[in-house]
Write a protein that binds this ligand. Structure first.
Ligand code: ATP
Length: 348
């Protein structure tokens, strides 16, 4: 087959390209330039000039054609702007989901299809075909599994998508890169959100949207306990950085963008066993209300058992068997049946 490999300049997508080449496929490497790093600190993140050089060097080593596509506008529009707006609206965004949905598996998939090609990435997840339907599964390496970020994929996308490293461990992936002498084989992992390489999300929001209004920190009775410098600096479940002095340990319970208030409470107060799912999406069909499912409410969440409920009006909510701590608006809730991703939505 002809296959476009989305090459980030990291070891996973380098190994994905090497595996496909090894299997005899016609492989084309493409890096998306999503963010302009001019004048910004060198960061070794997803698409810095260094990463483009690395991806190009890997393509050269493998003897495959290589291109850089400009996706800055769509990335700004679909990933960066909603990220900032989400923080200003009192939520805690997870931009990698939107990047996968709108940039990699829309913008890039369309381009791959226009070339008569399939699309492969270095994500740790698996696609399988059963009875003519596509099934999305967790990556085999539990520590690296990225299926949480892929719940927006549907049947139409999955028929042309490959995750060549999804059935491997990270160590095996590095071994593939080493075997091919790829210059990225010992490259360290990038952990942060790629356009905020220093991890200072609040600083990034202020850089884009300007200084934000300060406000009160209150308890659930409305009693003022302190002041803060902008709700975008807080996330539900947060304990550190409240500066409320000694006494009872308090956690952010919710953020009120209308009043600019941060509401705090005890650990138990942050627990919720029911929440709505905005823009729900199912990889195939939604689970029935009787089906026990596992729900991950953030990327590193181990998962909690529960059910998905769909109202007669089509509103989707999750009912957990027990309250989960820090159910955070803006994060994705991803629904699994064992290792199979059923779908998910945005926590409200
Ligand atoms: N700028 C980019 N251009 C093209 N593809 C990209 C880009 N950034 C990420 N990808 C693709 O998305 C996959 C997952 O991206 P993520 O940022 O999570 O990388 P990763 O797990 O660190 O993988 P890698 O080691 O390949 O960077 C990558 O393996 C790659 O296929």
């Amino acid at each position: 087959m002809r296959v476009v490999v989305a090459m980030s300049g990291g070891v996973d997508s380098s190994a994905a390209a090497a595996l496909l080449k090894e299997q005899g496929h016609e492989v084309i490497g493409i890096t998306l330039r999503v963010w302009s790093y001019e004048g910004k600190a060198k960061c070794g993140s997803c698409c810095s000039p260094d990463d483009i050089d690395d991806a190009r060097a890997v393509a050269q080593a493998l003897g495959i054609p290589y291109y850089v596509a400009n996706a800055e506008e769509i990335f700004q529009d679909r990933v960066v702007n909603p990220f900032v707006q989400s923080y200003l609206g009192g939520k805690t965004p997870i931009p990698c989901v939107a990047c996968n949905r709108d940039v990699k598996f829309n913008f890039l998939l369309k381009r791959a299809r226009a070339l008569g090609a399939q699309l492969a990435t270095g994500h740790y997840a698996r696609v399988e075909q059963t009875d003519g339907r596509y099934v999305l599964r967790r990556g085999v390496d539990a520590a690296k599994d990225q299926s949480y970020f892929l719940f927006t994929l549907g049947q139409d996308e999955l028929r042309d998508i490959h995750f060549p490293v999804g059935h491997m461990t990270k160590a095996e992936v590095r071994a593939v890169a080493e075997r091919h002498n790829l210059p990225t084989s010992h490259k360290p992992e990038s952990m942060e959100i790629c356009f905020v390489p220093d991890g200072d999300y609040a600083g990034f929001v202020e850089k884009v949207a300007g200084p934000q209004p300060s406000g009160e920190i209150v308890d659930s009775d409305g009693q003022v306990l302190g002041v803060h410098q902008g709700i975008h600096r807080y996330t539900v479940g947060q304990r550190k950085g409240l500066n409320l002095g000694g006494g009872q340990v308090r956690y952010v319970q919710r953020l009120e963008p209308e009043t600019h208030r941060v509401v705090v409470g005890s650990a138990e107060d942050t627990g919720r066993d029911r929440f709505g799912l905005l823009q729900p999406h199912w990889v195939d069909s939604p689970p029935s209300p009787e089906t026990p499912v596992e729900v991950r409410i953030r990327h590193r969440h181990a998962g909690a058992s529960g059910r998905v409920e769909i109202s007669p009006h089509g509103l989707v909510s999750v009912k957990l068997d027990a309250p989960a701590r820090a159910v955070t608006p803006g994060q994705a809730a991803v629904v699994y049946a064992q290792d199979r991703v059923l779908g998910g939505g945005w926590i409200v």
